[in-house]
Write a protein that binds this ligand. Structure first.
Ligand code: NAP
Length: 337
C-alpha cells in the first residue's frame, strides 16, 4: 500500500514561493499536494492560489498555522522574517522547510532549531543544491574515495543583481553572502563533511548600504585541506566549482548552485531537469523538487531533521557566515539584539 500525499502549506506569495509551487507540480500528485497558501495580503494569496490551483488562500500566516490539514509549511519569506515565521509554525506543531539562509545570524538559527526541537517537529533549511542528482553523485564519489584525499575545493558564484532591493537593502536582508555566497560555503561544507574550518579569512567590498558585494574567502581545515571561494552581487562570475583530490578531480562546470552537469576526471555527465508548467522567476527552479521529496521521505520516516542538510549543517553555515561578515564589516540590526 502506498503512503498518502504530503500536504504542503506555502507561506508567502513571493518569487521563490511561485517557483516552489511549480517545482512541486513536477512530482507525482499522489505524493505532493499544495493544500493552502498564505500571504500578508489576502489578495496576494488568492491570486497565487488561482495561478497554482490551490484550494485555500489565507490573508495571514497565523491562519495557515491553524490549518489542521497541513503536514509541512514551506517558508518563502525574505530572511529577516524567517525567525518569527518559523517560530509561528513550529509552535503550531507544523513541520517546516524554510528558505535559505535559515536566519540572519547564529543566534537566530539557534532559536529556530531550539523551537523545532522543543515542539518535536521536522525542520530543514532549504539548501536545495544538496539534493540535486549531481550533488548525490558528488557525495557518492567522495564517500567511495574516488578522488583519494581531497586537498582543495574552489568555487565561485557571482551574478549582477544590484537592481534587486532585497540584495542591497540591509533591512530586507541584503548582502551577497546570505543570498549568493552561502551556496559556495555550503558546497565546501558538504565536501568536507560538516567539519569546522580551523581558519577563515575574508576580504571584500561593501556597498554604501553597509552590506557585502564582492568577497573572497579562504578556509583552512584539518590535515591541510583548503578551500577558496569568491562571491559577488555585482558581477557575473563563471559560477563553477572544483574538488581536487590526490587521485582525481570533480568539476561542476557552471551553475554550481543548481547544477545539471558534472565532470569527473574529464568525463561529463548531464542530469537534465524537468520542464516547468509555468514560467519561473529563477534558473533551474524545478530542481527544488529534490529537496521537497527529501522532506517527504524524512516525514514518512518520522525524522526531525535531514541527514543531508542537518541542524548541525545549518549551524555551521551560520557560524562561518557570522565570521565572514565580521571580517568584511557587515552588521545587521539582528546582531545587536
Ligand atoms: N532557493 C533559491 O534558489 C532561492 C532563490 C531566491 C530566493 N531565495 C530565498 O527565498 C527568500 C525570498 O526570496 P524572494 O526572491 O522570493 O523574495 P520576494 O519575492 O521579494 O519576497 C518574498 C516574500 O517575503 C515577504 N516580504 C517581502 N518584503 C517584505 C517586507 N518588507 N516585510 C515583510 N515581508 C516581506 C512577502 O510575503 P507575502 O507574500 O506574504 O507578502 C514576499 O512575497 C529569501 O530568503 C531568499 O534568500 C531562495
Amino acid at each position: 500500500m502506498t503512503s498518502m500525499a504530503t500536504r504542503w502549506g506555502i507561506c508567502s506569495a513571493g518569487r521563490i514561493s511561485h517557483d516552489f509551487a511549480v517545482a512541486l507540480k513536477t512530482l507525482p500528485a499522489v505524493d505532493h499536494q499544495v493544500v493552502a497558501v498564505a500571504a500578508r495580503k489576502l489578495e496576494d494569496a488568492q491570486e497565487f492560489a488561482k495561478k497554482h490551483s490551490i484550494s485555500r488562500a489565507y490573508g495571514s500566516y497565523e491562519e495557515l498555522a491553524r490549518d489542521p490539514d497541513i503536514d509541512v509549511v514551506y517558508v518563502g519569506t525574505i530572511h529577516p522574517h524567517h525567525l518569527k515565521v518559523c517560530q509561528l509554525f513550529t509552535n503550531a506543531k507544523k513541520n517546516v522547510l524554510c528558505e535559505k539562509p535559515l536566519a540572519m545570524n547564529t543566534k537566530e538559527v539557534k532559536e529556530i532549531l531550539d523551537s523545532a526541537k522543543r515542539n518535536d517537529v521536522f525542520l530543514m533549511e532549504a539548501v536545495w543544491t544538496r539534493f540535486f542528482p549531481v550533488s548525490v553523485e558528488v557525495r557518492r564519489l567522495l564517500a567511495e574515495g574516488e578522488l583519494g584525499e581531497v586537498k582543495m575545493v574552489r568555487s565561485d558564484f557571482g551574478v549582477p543583481v544590484l537592481h534587486v532591493p532585497r540584495l542591497v537593502q540591509k533591512e530586507l536582508g541584503g548582502g551577497a553572502l546570505l543570498s549568493i555566497g552561502m551556496y559556495c560555503l555550503q558546497f565546501v561544507c558538504m565536501v568536507y563533511n560538516g567539519e569546522k574550518p580551523e581558519s577563515i579569512q575574508a576580504t571584500g567590498v561593501c556597498l554604501e548600504t553597509g552590506v557585502d558585494e564582492t568577497v573572497v574567502v579562504t578556509l583552512k581545515f584539518s590535515k591541510n585541506k583548503m578551500a577558496v571561494f569568491t562571491y559577488s552581487s555585482g558581477i557575473q562570475l563563471p559560477n563553477d566549482a572544483v574538488i581536487v583530490g590526490t587521485k582525481g578531480t570533480i568539476r561542476i562546470p557552471t551553475q554550481m548552485w543548481c547544477p545539471t552537469s558534472v565532470v569527473v576526471n574529464g568525463k561529463e555527465t548531464q542530469y537534465p531537469l524537468p520542464e516547468p508548467c509555468l514560467p519561473l522567476n529563477f534558473l533551474n527552479s524545478t530542481g527544488m523538487r529534490y529537496e521537497a521529496e527529501e522532506v517527504r521521505q524524512c516525514l514518512l520516516k518520522g525524522l526531525k531533521e535531514s541527514a543531508v542538510m542537518s541542524h548541525a549543517d545549518s549551524l555551521l553555515l551560520a557560524e562561518v557566515e557570522d565570521e565572514i561578515r565580521r571580517q568584511v564589516g557587515v552588521v545587521y540590526s539582528q546582531d545587536c539584539q
